[in-house]
Design a protein around this ligand. Structure first.
Ligand SMILES: Cc1cc2nc3c(=O)[nH]c(=O)nc-3n(C[C@H](O)[C@H](O)[C@H](O)COP(=O)(O)O)c2cc1C
Length: 198
């Protein structure tokens, strides 16, 4: 059976990351399925001004949070890992304590119990002690906290450029080669010196 990646979308800010991630996964022909929470649908609509149903243009399987009997609820299903992007503090907390009260939380819990990769692209600012402790608990249980903190060292020329580089960083982290991913080549001190004289 073909192994797939699971993409979880929760109600944190940062839907452009989720949107560009599913677009990129589709263009790379990486098989994946999506779970979106109710809050995720709301924030998706607000930030992207698109209906969440368009996710079905990128993958054949889009689960809603109440579908507790769907394949992602079981460790026997053929997923090799999961990325939650964006990941709310609510879902982070549920993963930290293993409450598994919806399909997305259960799927994340399954990843941890099966010792499979779980990447949480958390977004909140500032962070409370509770948030920080929940990140620690998730890290101790095997998850990777991958904060939605885009970099600037590739000198993005647009917001889209910034988002796409971050999304490709997630894909690279998952062990897949993304097309046109900028990798750091070091700074040429001579060039930097010249440009600072301009
Ligand atoms: C426009 C909007 C933006 C939000 N942004 C965040 C955020 O960045 N981080 C966060 O933890 N919660 C954020 N929330 C709150 C979550 O949506 C809320 O806690 C929700 O219960 C999370 O549920 P879920 O984890 O099941 O998706 C936001 C809510 C709205 C309406």
């Amino acid at each position: 059976m073909e192994k797939k990646l699971l993409v979880g979308i929760t109600g944190a800010s940062g839907m452009p990351y989720a949107y560009y991630l599913v677009k990129e996964l589709q263009s790379l022909k990486i098989p994946f399925e999506v779970i979106i929470t109710e809050a995720g649908k709301l924030v998706w609509k607000h930030e992207l001004e698109k209906d969440w149903q368009i996710l079905k243009n990128f993958t054949s399987k889009v689960y809603e949070e109440h579908e507790m009997s769907a394949p992602p609820a079981s460790g026997s299903a053929p997923y090799y890992g999961m990325v939650v992007v964006p990941c709310s503090m609510g879902t982070l907390s549920a993963v930290a304590c293993g409450s598994a009260r919806n399909l997305l939380q259960r799927a994340a819990d399954v990843m941890l119990k099966e010792r499979k990769p779980l990447v949480l692209v958390i977004r909140e600012t500032p962070l409370s002690l509770i948030h920080l402790k929940n990140m620690l608990y998730c890290t101790e249980a095997g998850a990777v906290i991958f904060p939605a903190m885009p970099a600037f060292y590739h000198k993005p020329s647009s917001l889209e450029d910034l988002i796409i580089q971050f999304v490709k960083r997630i894909i690279q982290f998952l062990g897949v080669n993304s097309k046109n991913f900028y990798t750091w080549q070091g700074i040429n001190p001579y060039q930097s010196f010249n440009s600072s004289l301009k």
